[in-house]
Design a protein around this ligand. Sequence first.
Ligand code: ADP
Length: 441
Amino acid sequence: MHPVNLRIFRLAYWLVRLRWFAILGIIVAYFTAIRFLHISIWPLPVYIICIFLIFLNITSFSLLNYLQRSNIRKSLGIVNLIINFQISTDLIVLTFLLHYSGGVENPFIVYYIFHMIIGSIILSTIESVLQTSFALILVGAMTFLEYTGILRHYPLEGFISANLFNNLTYLVCTGLIFITTSYFVVYITKTIILESRKHEIAYLEANLKLKQKEKIKNEYVMRVTHDIKGHITAIQSCINILYNKISGPLNEQQEEFVNRAHSRIEILNRFISDLLNLTQRKLQQKQDKKHFDLKHSVEEAIKIAENYASDKNIRLTKTIDSSIADIYGEQSSIEEVLLNLIINAVKYSPPGENVTITAEDNGDEVLIEVIDNGIGIPEGETELIFNDFYRASNARNITIEGTGLGLAITKHIIENHGGKIWFKSELDKGTTFSLLLKKGI
Ligand code: ADP
């Protein structure tokens, strides 16, 4: 949903929540007044108003839920109407409440100001001025009708003894202050809101531009890496001919140079492949998700990593819950993640160590952990570890093999699956990478 549309719904729900507080406030204020302050208030209107408000709030809430699920374009106008209706009915209800509990003598008369502030936050300038004028008409009419005796005045016995409701000087002075304060409050609130909305729009636009620039950058990187990859593959196949001595034997010096070129071109090839993989994923919109057997994928990843682990005499141990079988996602991407984490655990562990892989069924989610007793990640660098190209200083010291892109790809995949990835690490003691994946859609 567009952020502006989201905002209208958010504010409408906020109004519903505020009303629950208002209902609670009326009940608390009513019982405090009669129990502790011994002020006499006619109970029937208070009960009727509370029931009416509860009914209105439930109706507004249900209507908003329904609109949120339905066609958004048509809904927005209706949501605005609901908000206006809610504020207007609240003003009428407040007037009724005040009328039956002292009229202008009731200090809760300032609560009109709350409605004016709320209206100015949510509604357009013209709508908030109209709502404010409506509030002033209501309070003016109540005051006038009570003053002229057309409506009965219900005094707050035990609270105020002076009859302010028919004191003309008091009414005119308070009325003028009330009117000017009301419009001033609307003006100030509206100015603040418009100013903050300007910043919000500027922020959204900047964000959009940034995303567009990021897309252009990724498209550019993808094109360049794609071209480079073609050349590298051609060079690699030539070097492989020399390396495998297909074109004949090499002298010692030639062999040394060819070996160096061979290992460097392998590193370069891996780097280009990882970069291409990451940029393709960043640009890719659609995902090819389906149900697959996660248990099988974990076992496959372990099997593939076993060759690499045995070269370093590292033992891979596993504990996999049999119930994790079915999961929804991109099988090849999840397998890439698992393999990446296991290979890293092996790569950053000294020979002869153990790497443990656990997969635990947590109901709706699966928790996978890859635990090693390797070099760990320096404390000051933990924040950067998922960044593109980042390699920790201790990792750079022990091996040149690495692109710093594996974890960036991993994080991207996991977030696209609505999962989470994090790690705990202690320098020279080991690292545990944890992965939380949702089972269902
Ligand atoms: P690389 O190709 O360098 O392994 P990754 O993106 O996979 O790139 O990892 C980024 C960095 O995170 C590594 O260079 C290393 O510093 C650190 N790292 C990842 N896994 C581990 C681990 N199991 N133990 C220690 N450091 C790790």
